[in-house]
Write a protein that binds this ligand. Structure first.
Ligand code: SIN
Ligand code: FE2
Length: 206
């Protein structure tokens, strides 16, 4: 059991939001979309060091990182094509849990092999922080680290299992967060193992 009472205001943890069957359908949909818009390996601004996660995007805009910096753009950096549309099931999730009148403009799809991780960071490349970040975990369990809005403050760790949803909204919108590690082999949802994380966001002001 994890303690679930002590989260920052505006942070929502919705364990098991998606049933196993819904997760399988979502993975099928994503498999199809990722064929159209393949996973790419982003690199760090300036240094060009590759990320350990691979990513792609859905929606009008997609988050990319390369030697020139982090930004949102409307085309896939390798194919030059527009990103595929966000599936209805994810728009529905946003309207149910997001407490936001505006629609999401992007869904970042991160794929973590069992050795991948993501350092503690804030999501702050958007033009508005009025809308939440809504995140879905699929596949292997991740050890998620959650801090406060200030760098260097106390953090807590939380296991995110397949089907769990997390919302960073309002006062928690700019909380630091990251992935310490993936528990390889903890789920059989993805046929090659690993974890998919989907993060729905609004980029423009509304
Ligand atoms: C992210 O911060 O972009 C991903 C978080 C996660 O994988 O749960
Ligand atoms: Fe993030």
């Amino acid at each position: 059991m994890q303690l679930t009472g002590n989260f920052p205001k505006g942070f929502k943890y919705l364990p098991g939001y998606f049933s196993h069957e819904e997760q399988r359908e979502l993975v099928e949909t994503l498999r199809y979309l990722v064929k159209e818009s393949p996973l790419f390996t982003p690199v760090m601004p300036r240094t060009g060091k590759p990320f350990s996660v691979r990513m792609t995007n859905l929606g009008e805009l997609g988050w990319v990182s390369d030697r020139n910096g982090y930004r949102y753009q409307s085309e896939h950096p390798e194919t030059g094509q527009a990103w595929p549309t966000i599936p209805e099931v994810l728009n529905d999730l946003w309207s149910r849990v997001g407490e936001c009148e505006a629609v999401p403009e992007t869904c970042l799809v991160n794929y973590y092999a069992s050795t991948a991780k993501m350092g503690l960071h804030q999501d702050r490349d958007e033009k508005t922080f009025e809308a939440p970040v809504v995140s879905v975990s699929l596949g292997d369990t991740a050890v998620f680290r959650l801090g406060g809005v200030k760098r260097g403050g106390p953090t807590q760790s939380l296991k995110l299992n397949s089907g769990d949803v997390v919302v960073l909204g309002r006062e928690a919108r700019l909380c630091y967060h990251g992935i310490d590690r993936i528990l390889g082999g903890s789920s059989s949802l993805l046929k090659d193992g690993g974890r998919l994380n989907l993060t729905l966001r609004r980029v423009s002001a509304f």
